[in-house]
Design a protein around this ligand. Structure first.
Ligand SMILES: [Zn+2]
Length: 302
């Protein structure tokens, strides 16, 4: 029911800004606006009511509702020969990424996510390189160099999205205002199609395997509605290819060539429910097992 109330509140509120401290490359595009919802908020509520009734009948509500169960995928015994580089997105000097619904910084969230993921992957038996372990991390060229020296089989960089329009949700004592958008939760997987065909194929294989494992674990695939022309939609759900003008393309996706690199936008930083789920150990357990499962399929075909 909390889910129903929050969805309706989101549709009835009027946006006061389209910027909302978004990460610059995630700004709302015209494709992401939903004027019919703004004119007819009751349609959303009616639709949400029906959805919620069905969800109640099934004794569950969609992700990221608090009672939605994630699954920790079962893993076969692992050998430590698989090397994976885990990048905590942003955190280079002057680069903190987006601001979420509690004014949390993307760089801080991804640092926690990367540390949680790395710890679990090591426990599974992987050999892990963490490219950033502090709040003020190294610059990206140094991270790329470290990855090149590590010679990983796979690289994953963790980020969060700040999608579409947002509404004020919190005012802090210092006068700062945080913005929220309870629509558009879910994960996405991004990669670049620049470079040799074999390299691009390896990224596709890794990215699609990650998406499949995350969906199998119960994470919600993001539709990509707000990406507009920034990304091309891949054949697999929640998978997207960087399609910005050449000089604006994501540096990290282009710069590492020794292993397939993907970015996982783990969740929508403006969605309070999804943010709360990502502060839950169960979510990190399910996420890490999904990444491990995908890595095993890609590297060892099992
Ligand atoms: Zn980011």
């Amino acid at each position: 029911m909390l889910w129903l109330i929050s969805r309706c509140a989101a549709s009835e509120a009027r946006p006061t800004t389209k910027e909302a401290s978004h990460e610059p490359r995630r700004r709302a595009s015209p494709l992401s606006t939903r004027p019919w919802l703004e004119r007819w908020p009751g349609v959303c509520c009616l639709s949400a009511a029906v959805t919620t009734l069905l969800a109640l009948l099934l004794s569950t509500a969609p992700w990221p509702a608090p009672d939605t169960q994630l699954h920790v995928l079962r893993l076969p015994p692992l050998a430590s020969r698989i090397r994976i580089a885990v990048d905590a997105g942003h955190g280079a000097p002057g680069n903190t990424g987006n601001w979420g619904c509690h004014c949390q910084r993307e760089a801080d969230e991804t640092l926690v996510e990367a540390m949680e993921l790395s710890r679990r992957l090591r426990r599974f038996g992987f050999t892990v390189l963490e490219t950033r372990t502090t709040e003020e991390g190294t610059k990206y060229p140094a991270r790329i160099a470290a990855i090149e020296r590590f010679k990983p089989h796979l690289v994953v960089s963790l980020h969060t999205d700040a999608r579409a329009d947002a509404w004020p949700i919190e005012t802090h004592p210092d006068g700062g205002v945080c913005f929220a958008n309870r629509s558009d939760p879910g994960f996405s997987v991004l990669w670049s199609e620049e470079g040799a065909r074999s390299v691009v194929r390896a990224r596709e294989t890794w990215g699609r395997a990650v998406s499949e494992a995350l969906r199998e674990a119960g994470f919600l695939p993001y539709s990509g509605d707000d990406y507009g022309s920034l990304y091309k939609t891949d054949a697999a759900p929640a998978c997207f290819v960087d399609a910005r003008p050449m000089k604006q393309r994501v540096y990290f996706l282009r710069a590492t060539s020794v292993a397939p690199v993907v970015i996982v936008e783990t969740h929508h930083a403006l969605d309070p429910l999804e943010v709360a789920r990502w502060h839950d150990a169960d979510t990190h357990d399910a996420f890490a097992a999904a990444i491990a499962s995908a890595a095993l399929k890609v590297v060892e075909q099992r």
